[in-house]
Design a protein around this ligand. Structure first.
Ligand SMILES: NCc1[nH]cc(CCC(=O)O)c1CC(=O)O
Length: 310
């Protein structure tokens, strides 16, 4: 591939996915002098809205069609929310870049209440994320958590139509779409630990596209990459499926990466969360992954084995 060959970015067609693809398109142009156009695609994950992701085949549903486009040469680049990218990429693909993370926190969104604490006893909160459900119930066992899927606009509409007292969404997505004003409060990281990779963007390419990999390397944000590698390693070590209520978040204190992880029971969502915190001086991907494995080992010591699906 030469610098003058226009690139094609495969993207889902939700507003958030298009924002993310356009963001990468702009950075390719501004920082690497590369021209790219967008190829919009509808994925199975976008079409099936009435069942939870874990029941219909997991987060991989959002990336498979984009990978097919890469494999067939219809596109060279796929842009994903990193948290939607499975822990193991299929053979033939690689993550060529992880970009600087937006706010990784989860947001409390409601029309009549300013925070989780303000919700009345027994209030209905919308979320289909097992990770959010288990943490919500651990903070407020009285709440009724009801399924809520669809893209961000759909979820906000369902809130506005009165189906829920409140909903929980990633702050990053709301901010990217100019919907930051819908955030009533942000959960503390310690209260509502984010999903591995939350708020970060990943750029996937064909593993044999070495020249492109080398170009994209200049877009990598190392602190985000290393934190996300540690977070994703926790998930990978525990089996890595999105049917697990698993949270993992790494934050930097100087050169030390502090990694927190929490695991809820795969079926009994009211079981107490298992929590582990580890820290280490991390300077490369290998050390980041080792830190993640250390956190996973701690969770196993605490009894994670009986929390995982049999
Ligand atoms: N699971 C869907 C999804 N994938 C990425 C984001 C938000 C942006 C991000 O976390 O990077 C969202 C929405 C949400 O979880 O509220």
């Amino acid at each position: 591939m030469t610098a003058s060959t226009p690139l094609i970015i495969a993207t889902r067609e939700s507003r958030l996915a298009l924002w993310q693809a356009e963001h990468v398109q702009a950075r390719l142009a501004d920082e690497l002098g590369l021209t790219a156009s967008l190829l919009g695609m509808t994925t199975r994950g976008d079409q099936i809205l009435d069942r939870t992701l874990s029941k219909i085949g997991g987060k991989g549903l959002f990336v498979k069609e984009l990978e097919a486009a890469l494999a067939e040469g219809r596109a060279q680049i796929a842009v994903h929310s990193l948290k939607d990218v499975p822990m193991e990429l299929p053979d033939g693909f690689m993550l060529a870049a992880v970009l600087e993370r937006e706010d990784p926190r989860d947001a409390f969104v409601a029309n009549d209440y300013a925070s989780l604490e303000e919700l009345p006893e027994g209030a209905v909160v919308g979320s289909s994320s097992l990770r959010r459900v288990t943490q919500l119930l651990s903070l407020r066992p009285d709440l009724r958590v009801e399924p809520l899927r669809g893209n961000l606009d759909t979820r906000l509409r369902k809130l506005d139509e009165g189906g829920y007292h409140a909903i929980v969404l990633a702050a990053a997505g709301l901010k990217r779409l100019g919907l930051g004003h819908r955030v009533r409060s942000l959960f503390d990281i310690g209260q509502m630990l984010p999903c591995a990779g939350q708020g970060a963007l990943g750029i996937e390419i064909r593993a044999d596209d070495e020249a492109l990999a080398q170009s994209l390397d200049r877009l990598v944000h190392r602190p985000t990459l290393l934190a996300c590698e540690a977070e994703r390693a926790v998930s990978r070590a525990l089996g890595g499926s999105c049917s697990l209520p698993l949270a993992a978040h790494g934050r930097w204190q100087g050169g030390t990466l502090c990694l927190d992880a929490a695991l809820g029971h795969a079926e009994a969502h009211a079981s107490p969360l298992l929590r582990a915190s580890v820290a280490g001086d991390v300077t490369d991907v290998q050390a980041a992954r080792a830190l993640g494995q250390q956190a996973a080992a701690r969770l196993r010591d605490l009894g994670a084995g009986s929390y995982l699906p049999g």
